[in-house]
Ligand binder design. Sequence first.
Ligand code: LLP
Length: 424
Amino acid sequence: MSPFSYRDGVLHAEGVDLRAITREVGTPFYCYARAALTERYKAFNEAFAGVPHLLCFAMKTNSNQAVLTTLARLGAGMDVVSGGEIMRARAAGVPGERIVFSGVGKTRAEMALALRENILCFNVESEPELEALSGIASAMGVTARISVRVNPDVDALTHAKISTGTYANKFGVPISEAPRVYARAAALPGIEVTGVDMHIGSQIVELAPIEAACTRLADLARQLIAAGHRLTHIDVGGGLGVRYRADDADPPGPQAYAETILRHLGALGLKLIFEHGRLIAANAGILVSEVLYVKKGAAKTFVIVDAAMNDLVRPTLYEAWHEIVPVIAPAPDALHSHVDVVGPVCESGDYLAQNRALPPLKAGDLIGVLSAGAYGAVQAGTYNTRPLVPEVMVDGTRWATIRARPPVTALIDADNVPSWLAQD
Ligand code: LLP
């Protein structure tokens, strides 16, 4: 169930009237529902209740410390992709033993940090990375536990920019090369092979690609075990999609996913690791914005709002659809018309929705952009000198600001004008 619903004709986040938050923090702002994060995390865990497993939340999705703390307190691990994310995970109380480290470009400093934190596993993406890690671990006198991220060459049937599991993508080691790379890893000092890893893409709404990739991964795991590698876990990545459009069918949920995974990987008896992010966070968040102007053009009507592509880049970057709803429920018989919902940024790509059927909106109205809890705030920037928007979390009838809106002066003061420039 969505945490965002109308009560007495006003959109609420759990038990909190979104107008009340608006009055205090102003617009735009992101709002996350703690109960929804909790409920999604638990639903996933229940689907795998019978088998040893760990859900490492892909914190690139939403790395606010309050969100991480919510999940960490439920026992979640974290999938990190940078030294900064390791530090965030640790600050949220996630122990190293629940952290896996993914990404094609880990720096030596990040590897050293991860080794100091004694993380569960490095998901190694190339042979040069393996060599670098071996060198650093040896020099530090420690051992790096690793999986090789294999690229199973399966098309995840998702948007090109978020598909990662084919040979056209930069990710992983081709599965055909994996046995050789594993043999090499096992022979390197400072390296201990403990797992196998993949991640084929994001917003996957069909189980067929996951099934195809699991079949290949299971074959590889069996081959590696036969070759004498002592595997303890298998990491199938994340990627399970969510529903963005109100009139779309629900994509396969944790139960159907678990059936598929366990059918192919259950018999291996290895601990299962997952790296889902969107599944947990997307529908737990909303972006609230105010209508500034309604501009009737020659060919189109533009609803100009105060949130823009720098706050939520998904519509323009991935042609993503986010439902947009007025905070005050429209009359049941309100006539819908087609409009573009656009922001103030000076680019034609600055839109939140195009040609969208919406009820009448006027200046001063509040709108909610749904499914904004994943890849929303984390992908925001300050283009056009627009400060990052605040984030709040609701929990039943209470709420708190979990990141304040910085003053514009913070942006200006971050720059440095050299004294020689000022003096010339
Ligand atoms: N593991 C790895 C190694 C990943 O690269 C990703 C996402 C995940 C896990 C989590 O995938 P999820 O469960 O959230 O689908 N910004 C894009 C999505 C980029 C996904 C990048 N990698 C978007 O807004 O749709």
